[in-house]
Design a protein around this ligand. Sequence first.
Ligand SMILES: [Zn+2]
Ligand SMILES: [Zn+2]
Length: 384
Amino acid sequence: MDQTRHGGLWTIEDRCESAWHYLPFEVPAGAIALRVELDYDVSAAVLDLGCFGPAGFRGWSGGARRSFVITVGSATPGYLPGELEPGTWHAVIGLHRIPADGVRYELSAQTSGRPTRLVPDIRTEPVPPLAERPPKRELPTANGMRWLAGDLHAHTVHSDGTMTVAELARFAAGRGLDFLAVTDHNTISHHPELPAAAAVHGISLLPGQELTTGQGHANAFGDIGWVDFREPPDEWLAATEQDGGLLSVNHPYGGQVSWTAPMKRRPPLLEVWHWSWLDPHWTTPLAWWLAWHPAAVAVGGSDWHRPGSDAPPGSPTTWVQSESADPQAVLGDPDRARRPALPCPRRPGQLPGGRGSLPAHRSLRGDSRDHELIRPLTSSTGEL
Ligand SMILES: [Zn+2]
Ligand SMILES: [Zn+2]
């Protein structure tokens, strides 16, 4: 077994120099498992942890974990299993919160050529589907499509959530949702698990990644591969557009995680209805939306992490009109940028001044001026 050790002090000056720092280690030929462990005083600082191999991104766990294992066939959630290319790898340390007098750290990286020495801790117990599901709200459509109830923001054990993908799929299905975007922070290690969990639990799971930095968070939707969160947000938008995905600025006025990053162009979506805004009398989100770009399509996200925090999936709900629940159909055809769709909260409220229910937009890829209204669900037969 080979081992590399690093240690020292991260300071405010280091943070000012760069948000991310790289600690190298060598992976020898023949290695089939890697374990990296970071030790520091978690009561004094928050350090993020991630990994890059010679060929690029291999995983991210942010501040949620202090160790990870990568093997050829499996990996700690947040990290990508696969061949361990021989050469120089890097553990990435994100200096998220550093105290005034700095924080001491130690990092070790071990590799092994034997199959049982380093094993990731993975929960793989089966999650049976629900025996019963809540009745669906059927809304009329004019063109043979269906209204689908969904949520565009949720987390799992692949970042700082507590549910596995399967557990989240069952929970969201039990909340009556037709689709859910799984948007773990700065990683796509959950993407391979989505199709099987979706099939077992009868819910469409949209691949997503929540790009997460100190300047703000944004969801990249679609089967578009990993987007490099270290690049400026304009690059996030370009990378997402290039591969036919959609970018959404998240919780733009969310306290410490408010959006503060400058952008030359606005992303097509804006998470105006974050779970933290369910009081329809608070007008800041609407003002922010109009100031940001009135043509941005406003969507909703519960930002679900775990029981006891946030709001459950579907609070708020984003309604989308689609020909099917297939993830690509829900997100829309990037070559035909006007598929009818209509996201809106399940609990739309009254706008100040008595202007009626909140406006909801016809297309995730369209213009906010093309919108309709959905009335609140006041009975089991709610109406559009
Ligand atoms: Zn966020
Ligand atoms: Zn989130």
